[in-house]
Write a new protein. Structure first.
Lengths: 314, 276
C-alpha cells in the first residue's frame, strides 16, 4: 500500500468532478480554502464559490438560504469550527428544516497535529450524530471520500462529512462501492470484530493481520456511515464472533464506539472495548506520534482485542 | 392595494394576532403588533408572490429573522390565502401546523425556519446569492428586531451582504426599542443605528414603521439602489394598536387573556370603522 492520499485532498478533487456534473453545486469556505482543498473548485468555478471570510455562523446560515433556492451547498471549514462555532446554525437553520446542505469538514481528530487541541475536533461526530435529520460520514481513504462526497450530493438532506489533514494509505480500489447507511466487511474472522472508521481503518487492518499471526482471527468492519448506522451488518457480524472492539480517532463518548455499544446492547450483547480518545483533548505534536501517545495504534488494537476476548471468557 | 385598503388590512392582521394568541395562551404580541404595518405592505403590495404556489421559483422571499413575531407572519399568510384562517386558532398547540416559531417544512408560505435570533438574516443572504447566481430577478426581504442586533451573526451577515453587493436584498429593522429585560438602551445599546449600517456598506432609509406611505416609498427606493443592500430602519411602537400593550415591556412574550383580548379587539374594530 504505497499510495497515500489525504481525505481532504480527495474531497477537493471530488468537488471539481461534481461541479462539472451538477451546476447546482456551490462551495462555501471560511478563509481556509487552501487547507480544506476547496481552492481548486474556486479556481475552476469561481462563480459558484463563496469565500465567506472567517465567519462560520454566517457561512452555515447562508448555505441554508442557498439550499432553499435549489442549490446544493458544500460548506467547508475545520471540523472544530464547523460543528462547534456554528453548531446552533447547523441545528436550527440546517438540520431542523432538513435543508440540503453538505457540511464538509476537514482537519478532524488529533492527526491535525502541530496546531494542537484548539484545532483538533475530537467530539464532532458525537455532536452531529445527536442531530435529527443529520447523516454522518467518516471515510477511511481517498477512494471512499470521493464516493462519500458523491453520495452526499445525491442524498436529499443535511450531511456531515468528516475528513482529515493526514495522508492515509489508499485502501480501496475502483470496484469499491460506498453507500450511505451501509458498513463494509473488509476481512472476515471467527474470534473478534474490529469496527473502525476514518484514520483507524488502515490501522485496524494491520492489527487484524498481526492477530492472525498469533492465531486470533478477526473481522474488520469499516463503518464510514456512522449515521444512519448499519445495524443489520453489525448484528450479523456480532453473531459470528465473541467480542467487539471499536476504533475511532474521536472521543469514545458519543461517536462510533457509542453507536456500536448501542446496537450491541439492543441486538446482541457482547463484550466490547472502545478504542479512541479516552475523554481527553489532544495536544501539539506530529500526527503519528500523537496517535501513539493517545493509544490509536495497531499495538493498542491488538491488546484491546485480547482484552475483549478475555472478557468473553476465551 | 391602495393606502386605505392597506391600513384596513393592517388593522385586520392586528385583530388576527390578538385572536390567535388567546387560545395559544402564550406567544409574542408586542413585536408582532409593531411589525403589522411592515408585513402588510410587504405581503399585500410589495412582494411578487403566488399564495397558491408557495414554492414558485420566481417568487420574492421573506425571512422573519425575528422569528418570535410568528403571529404577524401567520396572520399575513392566512389573510393572503396561503392556508385557512381557522388554522390561526391552532397556534402553538400539539399536533397543529402553526409552530411557536416559523417552520418552513410544515407551513405554506414560510420561506425559512427561524426563531433563533440572527440566523434568518444569513439565510436571506443565501437566497439573495442564489438569485444572483441564477440571474433571477426575485427580491429577498428580511425583518430583524432591534434587540436581535446584539447577535454577532447579524453583523457577519451584514458585512457579507455588502461584500457580495446584494442589491436584491432589503432588510427591515423593526426598531420598537424594547426587548425582554427592558429597553434596548438599557440592555444593550445599538445606537447609532444608521451610522452602523452605513459603515457596513448598506444604503440606509429611516422611516416611521407605521406610516404605510413611507414604507411604500422606502421599498420603491430600495428597488432603485444598485450595488449594495438596503435597510429600512423603521421606528415602531411595540404593541402598536393596542393601547395597554404599547411600549410595555411586559407584553413582549405574554398572551392576552379573553378579557384583555376583547378590550383590544373592541378598540381595533372601532379603528376599523373609522377607516371606513
Amino acid at each position: 500500500m504505497a499510495e497515500k492520499q489525504a481525505t481532504r485532498e480527495a474531497y477537493g478533487k471530488a468537488l471539481i468532478a461534481l461541479g462539472a456534473e451538477n451546476p447546482n453545486i456551490v462551495v462555501l469556505d471560511a478563509d481556509l480554502s487552501k487547507s480544506t482543498k476547496t481552492a481548486e473548485f474556486a479556481k475552476t468555478y469561481p462563480e459558484r464559490f463563496l469565500n465567506m471570510g472567517i465567519a462560520e455562523q454566517n457561512m452555515m446560515g447562508t448555505a441554508a438560504g442557498l439550499a432553499t433556492s435549489g442549490k446544493i451547498p458544500f460548506a467547508s471549514t475545520f471540523a472544530v469550527f464547523a460543528t462547534g462555532r456554528a453548531f446552533e446554525q447547523i441545528r436550527n437553520s440546517i438540520a431542523y428544516p432538513k435543508l440540503n446542505v453538505k457540511i464538509a469538514a476537514t482537519h478532524a481528530g488529533i492527526t491535525v497535529g502541530e496546531d494542537g487541541a484548539t484545532h483538533q475536533a475530537i467530539e464532532d461526530v458525537a455532536i452531529m450524530r445527536a442531530l435529527p435529520n443529520m447523516t454522518v460520514l467518516v471515510p477511511a481513504d481517498g477512494v471512499e471520500t470521493r464516493q462519500a462526497i458523491f453520495a452526499a450530493a445525491k442524498h436529499q438532506g443535511p450531511v456531515y462529512i468528516r475528513m482529515g489533514r493526514l495522508e492515509l494509505p489508499v485502501l480501496f480500489d475502483k470496484n469499491y462501492h460506498f453507500e450511505i447507511g451501509k458498513a463494509n466487511i473488509l476481512r472476515k474472522g471467527r474470534d473478534a470484530a474490529i469496527v473502525a472508521n476514518g484514520v483507524m481503518v488502515a490501522i485496524a487492518m494491520e492489527a487484524a493481520e498481526a492477530l492472525a499471526q498469533e492465531g486470533i482471527s478477526v473481522t474488520v468492519v469499516n463503518a464510514a456511515s456512522v449515521k444512519p448506522f448499519d445495524r443489520e451488518t453489525l448484528t450479523l457480524v456480532a453473531k459470528e464472533v465473541k467480542a467487539v472492539v471499536t476504533a475511532e480517532e474521536h472521543t469514545v463518548i458519543g461517536g462510533l464506539g457509542s453507536a456500536v455499544a448501542e446496537v450491541l446492547a439492543e441486538e446482541w450483547p457482547l463484550p466490547l472495548v472502545r478504542v479512541g480518545l479516552q475523554d481527553t483533548f489532544g495536544e501539539s505534536g506530529r500526527p503519528y506520534e500523537l496517535l501513539e501517545k493517545y493509544g490509536l495504534t495497531k499495538e493498542r488494537l491488538v491488546e484491546a482485542v485480547k482484552q475483549a476476548l478475555s472478557k468473553a471468557g476465551s | 392595494m391602495n393606502v386605505i385598503d392597506l391600513k384596513r388590512m393592517a388593522n385586520q392582521i392586528r385583530q388576527d394576532i390578538i385572536t390567535m394568541l388567546v387560545p395559544a395562551k402564550s406567544g409574542h404580541p408586542g413585536g408582532s403588533l409593531s411589525a403589522a404595518d411592515i408585513l402588510t405592505v410587504l405581503y399585500f403590495q410589495e412582494m411578487r408572490i403566488r399564495p397558491d404556489e408557495p414554492h414558485w421559483e420566481e417568487r420574492d422571499r421573506f425571512v422573519l429573522s425575528k422569528g418570535h413575531a410568528a403571529p404577524v407572519l401567520y396572520a399575513a399568510l392566512a389573510e393572503k390565502g396561503y392556508f385557512p384562517k381557522e388554522e390561526l386558532l391552532g397556534l402553538r398547540q400539539t399536533g397543529r401546523m402553526l409552530q411557536g416559531h416559523p417552520d418552513m417544512k410544515g407551513i405554506p408560505g414560510v420561506d425559512m425556519s427561524t426563531g433563533s435570533l440572527g440566523q434568518g438574516f444569513s439565510a436571506a443572504n443565501g437566497m439573495a446569492l442564489a438569485g444572483k447566481m441564477d440571474g433571477k430577478d426575485y427580491r429577498v426581504y428580511a425583518l430583524l428586531g432591534d434587540g436581535e442586533l446584539a447577535e454577532g451573526q447579524v453583523w457577519e451577515a451584514a458585512m457579507a451582504a455588502a461584500h457580495f453587493k446584494l442589491d436584491n436584498l432589503t432588510a427591515i429593522l423593526d426598531v420598537n426599542g424594547l426587548q425582554i429585560d427592558g429597553t434596548t438602551d438599557e440592555v444593550m445599546s445599538s445606537a447609532p443605528l444608521p451610522d452602523k449600517w452605513r459603515a457596513f456598506g448598506w444604503h440606509v432609509i429611516e422611516l416611521d414603521g407605521h406610516d404605510i406611505e413611507a414604507l411604500l416609498k422606502g421599498f420603491d427606493e430600495a428597488h432603485r439602489v444598485k450595488g449594495r443592500p438596503t435597510i429600512l430602519i423603521a421606528k415602531t411602537v411595540k404593541g402598536k394598536g393596542v393601547s395597554f400593550m404599547e411600549n410595555a415591556v411586559g407584553w413582549h412574550g405574554n398572551a392576552p387573556n379573553a378579557e384583555q383580548a376583547e378590550q383590544a379587539l373592541k378598540a381595533l374594530r372601532e379603528e376599523a370603522v373609522q377607516l371606513g
